[in-house]
Design a protein around this ligand. Structure first.
Ligand SMILES: Nc1ncnc2c1ncn2[C@@H]1O[C@H](COP(=O)(O)OP(=O)(O)O)[C@@H](O)[C@H]1O
Ligand SMILES: [Mg+2]
Length: 313
């Protein structure tokens, strides 16, 4: 069975699901399993609570850090990254532009980063960055933010494209107005447009988004999974989320039902019903099952255990 495991042949794995279902735990386990089988793997956490460092009992920060053989981790504070990026661009712009124009450009750059949904956009930036260096690792496992958030993010590319085109147009128009108001311009308009740092940034972002969208929609390369627990509400949320994602052409090919109790309590009986329901409803998808571990999930050994269960299915 192991060779057929769906994790091996997808470069990018994304986990969705609401907070607390076990995304960080399962993504860590998938990354661990891949690395143990010789795949050089990067585990990417965008969770501000920095929980992969906690799980692996290692300081993991915004720089890629080796956790063990073939396994690397990185924790990214999306908000912070986005701020740093904007500041960098502004610094660049300051060196090139006059103070008056700089003010206007500042507004345009801030606008580009703070609407619509700055964080979704910033997270998108982070993801795109890894798409651009895909040859560095055999596999990338993303422990993403909670589902509603991710959902909006993934639904964004089309809207993003329209929106970035609008920003480009606005910038070109404002440069035209400025150009025709200048008596003796030092350069031709065409050249000015070509050299404009704001347009350069916008075109670069457009390119990035297009690459990201292409990869996200490429199911030979990318695997989307949902993590849920065997309870009423998560099933409903999962159903809605899958529908919404698929409307945006993102296929959810696998589910992980996590924290299944295995005693013979009434709770466990109820869970069995829910699991059946999930299996019937999502019959076309790959379904993994994970027990509720009796001990606290913490440290490499418990992740190894979960990983072995996942990779044996
Ligand atoms: N199969 C499991 N058995 C026992 N505890 C689990 C299991 N999966 C996750 N947990 C625990 O549940 C909590 C939430 O898991 P986590 O992976 O952080 O969820 P998420 O990243 O989706 O918010 C953590 O304390 C984790 O240790
Ligand atoms: Mg988490």
């Amino acid at each position: 069975m192991e060779e057929k495991n769906v994790f091996f042949d997808r470069k990018f794995v994304f986990l969705s699901g609401k907070g607390g279902v076990g995304k960080t735990t399962t993504s860590s386990s998938i990354a661990m399993g891949l690395s143990k089988r010789g795949h050089k793997t990067l585990l990417i956490s965008t969770d501000p609570s920095h929980s992969i460092g906690h799980i692996f009992e290692k300081e993991i920060g915004p720089k890629e850090r080796q956790i063990r053989e073939n396994l690397y981790g990185i924790e990214i504070n999306v908000k912070e990254e986005s701020r740093k990026y904007i500041d960098g661009i502004l610094k660049q712009a300051k060196e090139i532009l006059s103070p008056v124009i700089l003010e206007e450009v500042k507004d345009q750059i801030e606008l580009a980063y703070h609407s619509p949904g700055a964080e979704e956009l910033a997270l998108f930036d982070v993801i795109s960055r890894f798409f651009a260096v895909e040859e560095k690792y055999d596999n990338f496992v993303f422990d993403t933010a909670p589902s509603g958030y991710t959902l909006r993010l993934l639904a964004l590319p089309k809207a993003l494209n329209n929106w970035i085109n609008r920003l480009i147009k606005t910038r070109i128009n404002s440069m035209k107005v400025e150009y025709y108001a200048t008596r003796n311009p030092d350069k031709k308009l065409k050249q000015k447009l070509e050299e404009d740092p704001v347009l350069k940034i916008l075109y670069k972002r457009k390119e990035q988004f297009e690459l990201a969208r292409k990869i996200l929609l490429n199911s030979e390369k990318t695997l989307f999974m949902f993590v849920l627990n065997p309870e009423r509400l998560p099933i409903e949320i999962t159903r809605d989320s899958i529908k919404e994602l698929e409307e945006n052409k993102i296929k959810i090919e696998a589910l992980i039902i996590n924290k299944i109790t295995s005693d013979s309590s009434p709770r466990s009986e109820k869970e069995a019903e829910y699991i059946k329901e999930i299996e019937n409803e999502f019959a076309l998808r790959r379904i993994f099952k994970l027990p509720l571990m009796p001990e606290e999930v913490h440290g490499i050994s418990s992740i190894e255990k979960i990983s072995d269960i996942l990779f044996s299915q």
